[in-house]
Write a protein of this length. Sequence first.
Length: 223
Amino acid sequence: MGSEVYHILRGIIKKKYGQDACNSRLHRQDQNRDGRRCFGVLDKRGNYDLDFKNRPNDGAYVLSAQSLSDLYREFVRDFPIVSIEDPFDQDDWDSWSYIQSSVDIQIVGDDLLVTNPERIAEAIKKKACNALLRKVNQIGTVTESIQAALDSKAAGWGVMFSHRSGETGDNFIADLSVGLASGQIKTGAPCRSERLAKYNQLLRIEEELGDVRYAGESFSSPL
């Protein structure tokens, strides 16, 4: 089903925005409402430029942290969004805490946490997010990354296992994801062999285990 959705979505984007849009991200606010994706760069004044790839620009898509928070809340209200990853700059702790307290969905920390137990502890204390994007090579060792996942789960967080750019065909994170009952894995669209390797490994694990259930709405706390 995921593969079918991916290819159908590509066709919709190509028809509406052209071929170039299939190979890039939607950044600007008017595009984001269709793409449901915000991505901005924090400037020295604490504002987020959603049109940062077009420099110089007229500043029409520069939002304050509060305005960007309001935009996220609008999306959550209007669309069936269940998870947002890295909504703000990794040092904008106040904005993270605000959005976490104002929406009832999963807020995932990637650049905020970098799979680092010290950053995770600070985020728990500040109630800045409620899920970890876990990347083994961010922290350096499998042991440390497992501890990061356990610390997150102990705080009631969700844990999402993730591949990295420049990924190989190694499928070990599929085993780690199942072994630690994360319920979530991020390994890209089903369009290249190194990504399909992880999905295929999940299918093999499912076949070997036999009686398994789909996490569904309990994806952030499958056990």
